[in-house]
Design a protein around this ligand. Sequence first.
Ligand SMILES: NC(=O)c1ccc[n+]([C@@H]2O[C@H](COP(=O)([O-])OP(=O)(O)OC[C@H]3O[C@@H](n4cnc5c(N)ncnc54)[C@H](O)[C@@H]3O)[C@@H](O)[C@H]2O)c1
Ligand SMILES: [Zn+2]
Length: 364
Amino acid sequence: MGKPLIPIGTPIYLGDDALTQLDLWLKKEKMSSVFILVDENTLQHCLPRLIGRVKSLANAEIIELESGELNKTPDVVLQVWRVLSELGADRQSLIINLGGGVLSDLGGFVASTFKRGIRFLNIPTTLLAQIDASVGGKTGVDLDGLKNEIGTFSEPEAVFIYPDFLQTLSKREMLAGFAEAIKHGLIADASYWKKIKITSIADNQAWPELIARSVEIKSEIVQEDPKEKGLRKSLNFGHTIGHAIEAFFLERVSSSVLHGEAVAAGMICEAWLSNQQAKLSADELEDITQFITQRYLPITLDDDADHRLIELMRHDKKNEGGKIRFTLLERIGQAKWHVACSPDQIIEALQYYRYSVKSALLIR
Ligand SMILES: NC(=O)c1ccc[n+]([C@@H]2O[C@H](COP(=O)([O-])OP(=O)(O)OC[C@H]3O[C@@H](n4cnc5c(N)ncnc54)[C@H](O)[C@@H]3O)[C@@H](O)[C@H]2O)c1
Ligand SMILES: [Zn+2]
């Protein structure tokens, strides 16, 4: 087999030959049966290409799930467990997650719990999953609208990243995924942030390098702190408020906000908190705010949303001692975690977000 992207840890293959590497991997391993999890979009856009390139998958069982965060639930997990059981899956079976972060989070959770754990592979098909969600071993589902409330730490056997799958992804989904790359630069690598600022995600030539650097940053962090005792918390920058915004909109079916869009807004709020609580300079705050507001559409959060958003933040897994804890930036490229912020400060951060998106709209 070819060389994985990262020399240690879960093998991650990236590039045009990722599907060839998958073929080689499947020939090398023994398994009793293979189940490919897809949603209606990856069934249409990615599965034919996968099976066309990897002939040994022609006899795999296909399990189709309905796409969307609203389906990342224990109910769907139960349905998949049942299907696997009915189709005779055993401990030598293999699950292949062919999809975005919703599918790999759910499929990884199913695999890690079915018969006390069976092997699985991730083949991420969204930018967000290629640069972030498919790597790092977090699996899980939402519970009654609370993000990732149930889950496990379970590594796939390997990850195969084929950037060409992104050709059919919408611009909106590409931009949502880009938010996680922005996060990687902000928490860990100022020169990557500079590169991100001049990257156009419409340019498919730029994808492999972007994916490679993001995966490297995430893998290094995860290898040092797989169970999130400290350093791994840095990956949660933008996510305390971001997850609350995402969950807030999941409760309201009338409008929808994607995970990456909520994280982009969360990063503006948490950059403001970083300026107040963690030494991030006013210039850097301005730099981050401008970059994000110029690219992402504003999310409408009425003032009366604040109370519910804070309630949702109280469920965040990073909290301790009854306080809402944040990952903040000391400067671009350097994160600090476990910082408690008060509800009043959080409300001010949300006000800063409202003000910033309004100003950006006036400039447009
Ligand atoms: N486990 C982790 O470490 C981790 C990290 C970040 C995010 N996440 C989770 O990831 C989820 C978001 O993932 P996502 O943004 O990939 O969303 P997603 O899985 O919902 O995919 C987005 C949409 O794109 C469609 N799609 C997928 N691949 C396609 C393709 N190649 N062409 C056309 N359409 C395609 C999907 O069907 C879906 O409608 C959230 O639940 C978030 O919590 C997990
Ligand atoms: Zn995320």
